[in-house]
Unconditional design. Structure first.
Length: 611
C-alpha cells in the first residue's frame, strides 16, 4: 500500500508530461498487482506450526519482492526521462523514500529486503552515477551510503530478531521440558517406588473417577488384600527380604488381574484393586480365591523360602455403597472380617456386615459418651493349680455396663476401642481399679491383667503402669501382664522393649492365646516370657482328637523345659480336665472351675477344689 500510494503520486505529477501508457495504463497494471498481493496476503491464514507451508510462503515473498522491485524500478527509470527538474527530482524522492520504507517493511526477512536494496537502490545508484550531472552524481553517492547503512541496519536488526526468536524457542523448549518433567513427576507421584504398581494416591483418584463416571446401571468392585504373616518375615529376615516379598506378591497379583485392572500398593503389605468389569458374587469369590491361593504359595527370596497367606475383602458398587469412601471402608471392613474369622480367604461385604458396622459405630459413640470410670468394672476368674488344689492366680477381666447399650462383651468393645484409639484410656481406668482391689487383698495373691496390642507398643503406657504400681505400693511380682501375638505383628521391636521394661521392674509377662498365630515359637525363643496360655481352641477337641492331645503335650513339655508356667484355658468339662492332667498339665482355667466374678472368693474356691 505504501508503494502503490507513492507511485500514484508520481504518476499524477507526470500526467500530461509523460505518455499515458506510463501515467495511466502502466500504473493501473502495477496497482492491480499490489492490490491482489495485499488481498492474497490478508487471506493467507498461515498455520505457523507447518514448517513446510511457511517456507513455501517465504520463497513466494522473495520471488514477488524481486519481480515487483524490477517492475517499479523499470517504470520509475522510464518516468525519469520526462518532465522538468522538479518532476525528475520527484522521481529521485520516490526512489529514496518509498524504497527505504518498503525495505523496512521487509526487515524481518533479509533475503527479500536485500533483493530490493540491490535491485532498486543498486540500479538508481548506477543510473544517477553515470548521468554526468553533478547533482545526480551526489544523489548517487548519497543513495550508495544509504544503501550501505540500510544493509547494516538489516543485518543488525535481523541478528537481534533472530536472537529474540532463538531465546523464545529456548524458552519454549524449557517450558516443554518443564511440562514433561512435571508430567513425569506427576506419573512418579502416582507410582509406588518399591513395586512399580500404582500407589495409594492413584488408587483413590481412580476410585473417585470411577464412581463419578459410573452410570445408573454400571457395576464394579473394590478389593482390599492384606498379607497375613508379612511382619514376622520382615522381622526375622530383614527389610530387603520383606521388600522382595512385596515385589513378588505384586507380580503374582498382576499376572492374574491383567494390565487393564488398577492394582495399587496402599502401604505396608496392603494392596487395593479396582475391578471395573462387572462381576457377580460368585465370580468375585472365585477371583478372590485365585488371588489368595496365588499368595499362599511359597516365595523364594534370595535363596530363602518363606510362606505367607493373604486375606481379601470385596465391596461392590452400587449395592453396598455409592461413594468412594463408603466403598473403601466396606472393603476394608470385609478384609478385617476375613482376617479375624477366616484368614486366607476372600469375604464379600454383605448386609450382615453393614449391621456389624452400625453396631461398631454405636459402640464407638457409646464409648465416647460414657463415664467409663463409673461404667467399667473388673471381674476375676481364677487359675487353679490342679496338683496343689489351690488358686495359683486370678485373671482380671473387663466388664462394661453401658447406660445406653447395657452389658457389652469385651470381645465386642475392645476391638472397637483399639481401632478408634480409645483403648489406652480403657486400660488406664481398668488398671487403676485393679490396683484399688489389690490393695485390699492378701499380699500373696497373684493377678494377671490383659494389655492390648496398642498398649504394649506405647512406651508411655508401659512406663505409666510401673509408675502406678510403685505409687500404690504394690509388689510388681504379684502382677502378670498378658499380651497377644497381635502386639508383635504390629511392632516387634517396640513390643520387645516394653516386655523387657516390665520384667526389669519386677513384673511378669505371659503370652496369651498361644498357638493360633504365625510365629509364636519365634516369640518364645526371642522374648523372655514367664508363662504361656494355651488357647481354648486346642482344649475343646482333646477328648476325641489325638493330634490335639499331641500338640498340647508338646507345649506342656516345652514350658517345663523352659521353666515357665503353662496355663491351659477353656476347661469346661471334667473330661477335658482329666485329659489335660494326663498330658502333664498343672495350671488350668475355665468355667469347669469357676466363672468370672466381681469378688474372687479365693479361699472358698481353693477349698472347693480340694474337696
Amino acid at each position: 500500500m505504501l508503494l502503490l500510494a507513492n507511485a500514484v503520486a508520481l504518476a499524477y505529477t507526470h500526467y500530461g508530461v509523460a505518455p499515458d501508457w506510463l501515467t495511466i495504463y502502466a500504473i493501473g497494471i502495477l496497482a492491480v498487482v499490489c492490490i491482489m498481493r495485499a488481498i492474497s496476503w490478508s487471506r493467507a491464514g498461515l498455520d505457523v506450526s507447518d514448517i513446510a507451508v511457511c517456507i513455501g510462503h517465504l520463497r513466494k515473498i522473495r520471488v514477488l519482492a524481486a519481480a515487483i522491485a524490477v517492475l517499479f524500478t523499470a517504470w520509475a527509470i522510464t518516468m525519469f526521462g520526462y518532465g522538468d527538474p522538479y518532476q525528475k527530482g520527484h522521481v529521485a524522492y520516490f526512489i529514496s523514500i518509498t524504497v527505504v520504507g518498503c525495505i523496512f517493511c521487509l526487515v524481518n526477512f533479509p533475503p527479500a529486503a536485500m533483493l530490493v536494496v540491490v535491485i532498486v537502490l543498486g540500479t538508481f545508484v548506477m543510473f544517477f552515477g553515470l548521468s554526468g550531472n553533478e547533482v545526480y552524481v551526489a544523489i548517487a553517492v548519497n543513495m550508495a551510503l544509504v544503501s550501505v547503512m540500510i544493509i547494516q541496519i538489516i543485518r543488525s536488526f535481523y541478528s537481534n530478531f533472530a536472537g529474540l526468536i532463538d531465546t523464545q524457542l529456548d524458552l519454549e523448549d524449557q517450558h516443554q521440558t518443564t511440562i514433561e518433567l512435571s508430567r513425569q513427576n506427576e506419573a512418579l507421584a502416582l507410582i509406588d517406588a518399591l513395586t512399580g504398581l500404582s500407589n495409594r494416591r492413584a488408587f483413590f483418584a481412580m476410585l473417585e473417577q470411577t464412581v463419578a463416571q459410573a452410570g445408573p446401571n454400571d457395576q464394579f468392585a473394590v478389593a482390599m488384600i492384606d498379607l497375613d504373616g508379612f511382619k514376622p518375615v520382615n522381622d526375622v529376615h530383614g527389610h530387603p527380604i520383606g521388600d522382595e516379598l512385596l515385589i513378588q506378591a505384586g507380580m503374582r497379583l498382576r499376572r492374574i488381574l491383567g494390565d487393564e485392572t488398577l492394582l495399587a500398593r496402599l502401604g505396608g503389605d496392603e494392596f487395593g484393586v479396582i475391578l471395573t468389569k462387572g462381576r457377580d458374587a460368585i465370580e468375585l469369590i472365585e477371583l478372590g480365591c485365585e488371588l489368595c491361593k496365588a499368595l499362599n504359595r511359597p516365595f523364594v527370596l534370595s535363596n530363602i523360602t518363606v510362606q505367607v497367606s493373604a486375606s481379601l475383602g470385596f465391596a461392590t458398587y452400587p449395592s453396598v455403597a455409592r461413594n468412594s469412601n463408603g466403598l473403601f471402608e466396606r472393603a476394608d471392613f470385609a478384609l478385617y472380617h476375613a482376617k479375624k474369622n477366616c484368614p486366607g480367604e476372600p469375604v464379600l461385604f454383605a448386609a450382615h456386615h453393614e449391621t456389624l458396622i452400625r453396631h461398631d459405630s454405636q459402640i464407638e459413640q457409646a464409648l465416647r459418651k460414657a463415664d467409663l470410670s463409673r461404667e467399667l468394672s473388673l471381674h476375676y476368674q481364677p487359675v487353679f493349680n490342679i496338683k496343689t488344689g489351690r488358686v495359683n492366680s486370678i485373671e482380671a477381666l473387663a466388664r462394661w455396663d453401658s447406660e445406653t447399650m447395657g452389658r457389652v462383651s469385651p470381645a465386642t468393645f475392645f476391638p472397637v476401642a483399639e481401632k478408634t484409639g480409645q483403648v489406652s484410656f480403657l486400660t488406664r481406668v481398668l488398671f487403676e481399679k485393679l490396683l484399688e482391689d489389690m490393695a485390699g487383698w492378701p499380699g500373696n495373691v497373684q493377678v494377671s491383667f490383659n494389655l492390648s496390642a496398642r498398649d504394649i507398643v506405647l512406651s508411655d503406657t508401659v512406663e505409666w503402669l510401673i509408675e502406678q504400681i510403685t505409687h500404690k505400693n504394690i509388689d510388681p511380682a504379684r502382677l502378670t501382664f498378658e499380651v497377644t501375638e497381635t502386639a508383635f505383628l504390629r511392632d516387634f521391636a517396640a513390643a520387645r522393649t516394653s516386655i523387657r521394661y516390665l520384667r526389669q521392674h519386677g513384673a511378669r509377662v505371659a503370652l496369651d492365646d498361644f498357638g493360633i498365630g504365625y510365629s509364636s515359637l519365634r516369640y518364645v525363643h526371642e522374648l523372655e516370657f514367664d508363662a504361656l496360655k494355651v488357647d481354648r481352641s486346642f482344649i475343646t477337641p482333646l477328648a476325641n482328637n489325638e493330634r490335639s492331645r499331641r500338640i498340647v503335650k508338646t507345649v506342656v513339655d516345652m514350658c517345663a523345659n523352659l521353666d515357665i508356667d503353662c496355663v491351659l484355658e477353656g476347661i469346661e468339662t471334667e473330661s477335658q480336665r482329666d485329659a489335660v492332667m494326663a498330658l502333664g498339665g498343672r495350671l488350668m482355667q475355665g468355667y469347669f472351675f469357676a466363672r468370672p466374678d466381681r469378688e474372687p472368693r479365693l479361699v472358698a474356691l481353693s477349698d472347693a477344689l480340694r474337696a
